[in-house]
Design a protein around this ligand. Structure first.
Ligand code: NAD
Ligand code: IPM
Ligand code: MN
Length: 368
């Protein structure tokens, strides 16, 4: 049996709490003889600042490069509010994305049948929802230069962020979206703002050309990003695959999260280019370190456990194990077990650890 090398980076706030539940699931797969993992753990974010003075040590970066997949919890929190911009906790995550070349961030938003009532929208709008946001992750305004605050002669300050995209960057993320759509309902919506931004003009032009040349069989719609945010709340089921840039993707995926009931439900996969049959990858929940509920056993671990399911599927080729895990999540929710963020009338509100235990019990029950 192949051994899959994992680097676990729990991070800050609820990161370590949800990462602990993923460790339980990994241990179960090993015990059940389904897979074998070699898991190393390291610090990232505020925890790494406290220990090493930087949000990601060189040793951790090297371990990330050597791993088959990185499992990431969350970073940040008020404790590090005073740390300089370059060394803030979030810089550790951005460096991982950039230096591992993880340009494609897949953020599936699925409304589990048992959770239709937990959504901020009416049941009929979200029941059966199954969309994927494909977010460009290593370009755009997150990384464009110049990025600075300068003091002007009159004493004012001037802040600059730069939104940059090349045709190559747009083509490769659009190709990921079109390929994914072909395995789904064959529809892509591409969101930008070509009415205001030059990057939007190039984005639309490039997606249109790639579609005509290589993906004419896939349905394509262009939508302005602000309208897209509105459409996600008005009628989210109109979408299948939604491709967009780094910043719009960040915002639209938090909107999509609330359609599923909670930010604590959304997993994600950040993938690099395929080279010699393998690709670098990092798996992380869409949510952050949630300082407001950290340390209280209140966090929903499903986004993190769902991210492991994506790792089983995309990095380890363990498709059956991924299905088993996703079905264990579905069945646990159907049984009425809920963390507080998704609890409702007639459900059994439990803590983070109890939710992890319930999912492991369901895995065991399914295995017979
Ligand atoms: P957040 O995602 O941490 O929290 C937003 C809200 O959602 C909070 O009320 C929180 O309690 C709730 N929430 C989030 N995850 C939850 C879960 N698993 N279960 C139940 N409820 C959950 O966003 P924020 O408060 O804006 O940011 C807090 C810190 O996290 C900031 O420092 C931010 O930069 C960082 N952040 C990190 C990541 C990451 O590491 N990938 C992502 C987003 C934000
Ligand atoms: C996310 C987060 C990150 C982002 C932050 C923590 C850098 O919000 O992964 O959605 O903006 O990409
Ligand atoms: Mn975000």
């Amino acid at each position: 049996m192949a051994t899959h090398k994992i680097l676990l980076l729990p991070g800050d706030g609820i990161g370590p709490e949800v990462a602990a539940e993923v460790s339980k699931v990994l241990a179960w797969f090993t015990r059940a003889g389904i897979a074998q993992f070699e898991t190393e753990t390291d610090l990232v974010g505020g925890a790494a600042i406290d220990a090493h003075g930087v949000p990601l040590s060189e040793a951790a970066m090297d371990r990330a490069k050597a791993a088959d997949a990185v499992l990431f919890g969350a970073v940040g929190g008020p404790k590090w509010a005073g740390v300089g911009y370059a060394k803030r906790p979030e810089a550790g995550l951005l460096r991982l994305r950039k230096d591992l070349g993880l340009f494609a961030n897949l953020r599936p938003a699925i409304c589990y049948p048992a959770l239709a009532e937990a959504s901020a929208l009416k049941r009929e709008l979200v029941e059966g929802l199954d969309i994927v946001i494909v977010r460009e992750l290593t370009g755009g305004v997150y990384f464009g230069e110049p990025k600075e605050i300068v003091t002007l002669e009159d004493g004012q300050k001037r802040a600059v962020d730069t939104q940059v995209y090349t045709t190559g960057e747009i083509e490769r993320i659009a190709a990921v979206a079109f390929d994914l759509a072909r395995k789904r309902r064959n529809k892509v919506a591409s969101a930008e703002k070509h009415n205001v931004m030059k990057t939007g003009v190039l984005w639309k032009e490039t997606v249109t050309r790639l579609h005509a040349e290589q993906y004419a069989d896939v349905g394509l719609e262009h939508v302005l990003a602000d309208n897209c945010a509105m459409q996600l709340v008005r009628n989210p089921k109109q979408y299948d695959v939604l491709v967009t840039d780094n910043l719009f993707g960040d915002i639209l995926s938090d909107v999509a999260a609330m359609l599923t009931g909670s930010l604590g439900m959304l997993p994600s996969a950040s993938l690099g280019a395929v080279e010699n049959g393998t690709r670098r990858a990092l798996y992380e929940p869409v949510h952050g370190s949630a300082p407001d509920i950290a340390g209280q056993n209140l966090a929903n671990p499903i986004a993190m456990i769902g991210s492991l399911a994506m790792a089983l599927r995309y990095s380890f080729g363990l498709l059956e194990a991924a299905d088993q895990l996703e079905s264990a999540i579905t069945r646990t929710l159907a049984s009425g077990t809920r963390t507080r963020d998704i609890a409702g009338p007639g459900t059994n509100a439990v803590g983070t650890t109890e939710m992890g235990d319930a999912i492991v019990r369901e895995l065991q029950a399914q295995a017979g």
